[in-house]
Design a protein around this ligand. Structure first.
Ligand code: ADE
Length: 239
């Protein structure tokens, strides 16, 4: 079965959007993965096709109705057998390991929130996993869903060429990626680090590991503290 993302949204016209170009877009066009964007409004039952209402208890904004969203979820093929996510700034932060799990499965059903939120009862009743892509607030879940889908798609078999290997990149060893250089050899007076031109693969690997460790320690103390045991080395040790 082809990996497939099903997105439930009030703005299906936003898809495929950026997922239709470049690496993900080429893979979509060649059938390596599938994308289905469904309009939540198609599951509305009243004359006005309304999907939202005022929050119980008062307050600003509108809340997505539980009955309408539940009907939209239940109308999706095999919804019960797929991961069911809802994009929300209040969700668990998305990680590369969760992305890898999602990429290894059948593909998720993703609910995109809008308004002030979604009626909690549909989150509970359909077991939706709340997922955040970072500590900032987007105007809706669509761009967050695209980020999640893009991160999964590049891991699917056949999507990345041999040359675009994903094994050496940020997070694969719990470290940020080392800096890269290419021609020209000197740019605005800045030379490429000499070790990279030495042809000594062992020295290059050691230099890259040291750079990755220094970057991670400086920028991401959370990752640095949690890095896997095999990457923990004494300072100055080369291999
Ligand atoms: N919707 C709005 N902001 C979001 C975020 N940071 N992550 C996921 N979904 C969101």
């Amino acid at each position: 079965m082809t990996w497939r993302a099903t997105v439930l949204t009030l703005f299906p016209e936003m898809f495929p959007g950026p997922l239709g170009v470049s690496l993900a877009g080429r893979a979509l066009a060649s059938g390596l993965w599938g994308l289905e964007a469904r309009d939540i409004r198609d599951s509305a039952t009243d004359r006005h096709r309304s999907v939202d209402d005022t929050p119980a208890g008062g307050g600003p904004g509108m809340v997505l109705r539980a009955d309408v969203l539940a009907a939209a979820i239940d109308a999706v093929d095999a919804a019960a057998d797929r991961p069911r996510l809802v994009m929300s700034p209040r969700g668990r932060p998305l990680t590369q390991s969760r992305v890898a799990e999602l990429a290894a499965g059948p593909g998720p059903l993703i609910v995109c929130g809008r308004f002030e939120g979604i009626d909690q009862r549909v989150i509970d009743a359909r077991g939706l996993e709340e997922v955040s892509i970072g500590d900032y607030v987007l105007s809706g879940g669509e761009i967050a869903a695209m980020a999640l889908i893009d991160a999964c798609v590049r891991l699917l078999p056949g999507v990345m060429g041999k040359l675009e290997s994903s094994t050496d990149e940020s997070f694969s060893a719990g470290l940020l990626e080392y800096p890269q250089y290419t021609r020209p050899q000197t740019f605005e007076g800045r030379p490429i680090p000499e070790v990279l031109l030495s042809g000594d693969h062992g020295k290059v690997a050691a230099w890259r590991l040291g750079e990755a460790e220094a970057l991670t320690e400086a920028r991401r103390p959370d990752l640095w503290a949690a890095r896997p045991a095999q990457t923990i080395r004494a300072k100055g040790e080369s291999q």
